[in-house]
Write a protein that binds this ligand. Sequence first.
Ligand SMILES: Cc1cc2nc3c(=O)[nH]c(=O)nc-3n(C[C@H](O)[C@H](O)[C@H](O)COP(=O)(O)O)c2cc1C
Length: 386
Amino acid sequence: MPSKLGGRGGRGRLDRDFEQFKRALPRDFPAHVRDTYRIDLSARYLGEPIPHPIGKGSGQLSLNAGQLETDAEAGLAFAVLKTVIAQDAAGAQSMAAWAIHETKMKVERRGDGWTVTWKGRGWDRSFQEYLALVRVGRDFTRAGRLLAVPSVKYHLPRLDEPFRDAEYAFATRALADAWGEPPLLLEKDFSPTLAGDPLAEEKPQILRWLREVPERIRAHAPVRLAVKVMNARFDDAFQLEMIAAARHADMLVVFNRLFDSKQGVAYGGPELSDRNLRVLAQLTPGGSPGIPELSGTGNIHSGRMIVEYARRGCSSVQVYTFFQLPLEEYAASEGSRTQRALHQLVFDPVDGVVAAMLDLEARGALERRGGELHFLDLGSHAYRPG
Ligand SMILES: Cc1cc2nc3c(=O)[nH]c(=O)nc-3n(C[C@H](O)[C@H](O)[C@H](O)COP(=O)(O)O)c2cc1C
């Protein structure tokens, strides 16, 4: 039987909130959701409690202090900084091919979703400038305004080559020093452009990276590590093998964009979320033994999609493209893109997180505990194929 809030009353209230918040989203919207709908949106990112599950994936939308300020102001839960390319003490970068600048970014429709076409790769300014951004992120984090996490791409060897530890050592220590108080929270990026590189043509080579990279990084500083797993150009079974190989990380970001080898570009949209959700559904419900925390990414443009990732075990999500749409695509009429996107993801009366969780309750697929629905309970109701 639908609860009082899942019935007419809750829905009418949701319509009104959605309308009203088009002009201004309250910064502490998780408190509003808890008071009004008795829904606890608390979530988790790399072991840290966060007030709701929605963060920003690494990319061009987390390059500077101004963007972090806007995100903190909007009430975003976390932001992953643009990926920097590691270097050794002398400034040598084995992955230098990824540290290139490219300005052409095109937001376009793909199926019934969106994709940003972009050929550029990592951070293209100096490592020192990146460290300055990390210190700004640290200050936001310490002030409790926004969890801001750096992201790195380190040297990846061929099977018969050793890891270049000098790069792992210098970059990890420099980031840890910039961060200060341990542990450093860090994402290691295995990107779609890497998936399209000849380096990633051999399965044993990729599996070795995923197995060995966490210890290579942790050898140099106390790091809590998220590995952002790419969509390799192999089948779904190999995605699962990659997850198993990377289980020594503290968290896995699942999964970075697809690679179109004909056009030489990475892309998102519905094909990306279809693949990601299909692969995640094959993990054992309730968390396969030994699988670390999961953070979902890929074609998240509705609260309903957030709930789909959460039901397959993700305790947070990382949105990118939906934060970069043309302004007229958002329902809200005022506020930053981050605010407008959050407004829609949370309060849309049909497809928002609140609506999707109330629907699950009405269908008997999610129960209240202590009178509340809990976002983190979605994972324990994990999707079972068949
Ligand atoms: C223009 C652009 C730049 C990106 N840069 C990075 C990056 O530097 N590091 C990274 O880990 N992911 C990067 N991503 C991937 C996003 O963080 C995100 O995981 C991915 O786009 C899927 O989410 P979405 O479908 O919401 O865009 C980038 C994506 C785009 C579109």
